[in-house]
Ligand binder design. Structure first.
Ligand code: DGL
Length: 263
């Protein structure tokens, strides 16, 4: 029965495991299949057409696995492709966008930083969301050039990473932001470093928990929740090097298998 089918999740690479982690915590009895499209990462530099074609490729692969719902665990793919995915396929899609709304509501300094990819920041959907929620505040948008590549190479704690982050964060601090919105699912893995760079007055927000809540809510309203009461099984596939994916999952506590797959 459809309720027993897995939740499909894809990202341009290994960063979407930050969302997968929230989903497995919020929905412990669900099976998941995760695709890390690392072979084609980063998406952030690609054209809208390329991002759409890659998103369709990943969706078709997840449909081959009979997934009952698809979580696009990538801001760049969501902001450039989710509209077409939703109108093409007859299953629910959950997307992720930079969490500007809560930052705009709570900022005291009226200055909010957004760190995201070029593909996300230049998308129509981001412009719309920003116009809707950030009318009375200043949004300081910074493209995180090079960050996804370093994470994909397993170089989170490298001197290159520290130098890049410092160059992106310093101008935001100078403009007195009190919220930093992480608009890329790779970036939650940078939070420990960012916390060292930012004063405790600056709050860091990402959309991971909200996406897991939304996934649960859509499964519930569509009567798609798995009725099992045993832990779900989790399969993570990569079409790139398997070791960075294994490495980034080290801190995750659920049982899972990681496999190489050409897609
Ligand atoms: N994790 C993707 C995102 O949320 C990274 C995009 C990329 O590959 O550039 O945007």
């Amino acid at each position: 029965m459809v309720q027993n089918q897995a939740i499909g999740i894809f990202d341009s690479g290994i960063g979407g495991t930050s969302i997968w982690n929230e989903i497995t915590a919020a929905l412990p009895f669900e099976d998941t299949i995760f695709l890390a499209d690392s072979k084609y990462a980063p998406y952030g530099k690609r054209s809208k057409e390329e991002i759409l074609a890659l998103s369709i490729k990943n969706t078709e692969k997840l449909l081959e696995f009979n997934c009952k719902i698809i979580v696009v665990a990538c801001n760049t793919a969501t902001t450039n492709a989710i509209k077409v995915l939703r109108s093409t396929y007859d299953i629910p899609f959950i997307g992720i966008e930079p969490a500007i709304k809560p930052a705009a509501i709570h900022t005291q300094t009226k200055k909010v930083g957004v760190l995201a990819t070029k593909g996300t920041l230049s998308s129509e959907l981001f412009a719309k969301t920003s116009d809707l929620y950030a009318q009375n505040i200043e949004v300081i948008e910074v493209i995180g050039t090079g960050l996804v590549e370093l994470i994909e190479e397993g170089k989170i704690h490298s001197t290159e990473m520290y130098a890049l982050l410092d160059s992106y964060i310093t101008p935001m601090i100078a403009q007195n932001i009190d919220y930093l919105v992480l608009g890329c699912t790779h970036y939650p893995y940078l939070i420990p470093i960012l916390k060292k760079m930012l004063s405790s007055d600056v709050k860091i927000i990402d959309s991971g928990e909200a996406v897991a809540r939304q996934t649960k809510s859509i499964l519930t309203t569509n009567e798609l929740l798995n009725p099992n009461t045993t832990s779900g099984t989790h399969l993570l596939y990569t079409n790139g090097d398997i070791y960075p994916l294994k490495d980034i999952l080290k801190t995750h506590t659920v049982d899972y298998s990681v496999k190489a797959l050409d897609f």
